[in-house]
Design a protein around this ligand. Sequence first.
Ligand code: RRO
Length: 301
Amino acid sequence: MQPNLRTEIAGLRLRNPTMLSAGILGMTGRSLRAVWDTGAGAVVTKSLGLNPRKGYPNPSVVDVGCGFLNAMGLPNPGVREFLDELKTAHSDQVTVIGSIYGGSPEEFAETADVLRKSVDAIELNVSCPHVKEVGVEIGQNPELVETVVSRVRKAITLPLFVKLSPNVTSITKLAQAAERGGADAVVAINTLRAMAIDIETCRPVLGNKVGGLSGPAIKPVALRCVYEISQTVKIPVIGCGGISDWKDAVEFLLAGARAVQIGTAVAYHDLSVFKEVTSGLERYLLRKGYAGIGEIVGLSH
Ligand code: RRO
């Protein structure tokens, strides 16, 4: 019998445990739809705020060999403008998660409220490593995380995820704060603060100088975070960070993730990564004699 790849997170039913992570191909309805059509179990939008943002000057993304370094600076057209894109992306058949950021609990709540009817779940981005006031300054502070989450919790009934930062002393304390605030799941992890320097110009490569590292280099860090968080909180964990093939996905499930997000691998390879991961997972479950994903979640503990 074919193993069951379906999984569920806070009532959100997924056809398989893969998701497109925030920040990659999430800027238009057509690109979100295209990723869904290649087999992702859900797609996450680029992080959206109440007002449009231009983002940082180029270079804003650079390949550093072991991954990507980015300082996009939260470019987005603003949540209201994006609703039109969601008309293209979202339907009863297509699972879309809206990623949002804000400068205050009120701003997060208002943005979530605008999106509420156009997505299946909300992901709070409190962990952008290089944008002042709306990113990791919130995500490094457990009290603020709890306040933001509980304010959004009051505003919407949709499944509520919180994307956590690895740029902290204890990620488990932030996961606990999200859980106390009423989050349904945490996503671990956002990018690691990092930089590159051009040895000819003797200057930092990124327009913003410092950015976030994603891709294969951060996979072991992300895996450790998922392992620790899943031992600490009761809510589900969604793994994110350097997942490039089905073996990486299996590792994250064994560490305790109930689903995985894939971003940099889409840019490094192409959209076939979702099919590669789901068919590899299926073969693995079959070979090991497991009936479904649920049987291997957290098995390494
Ligand atoms: O837009 C960005 O520069 C960005 C964001 Br919002 C984020 O959450 N993580 C990241 O690495 N870049």
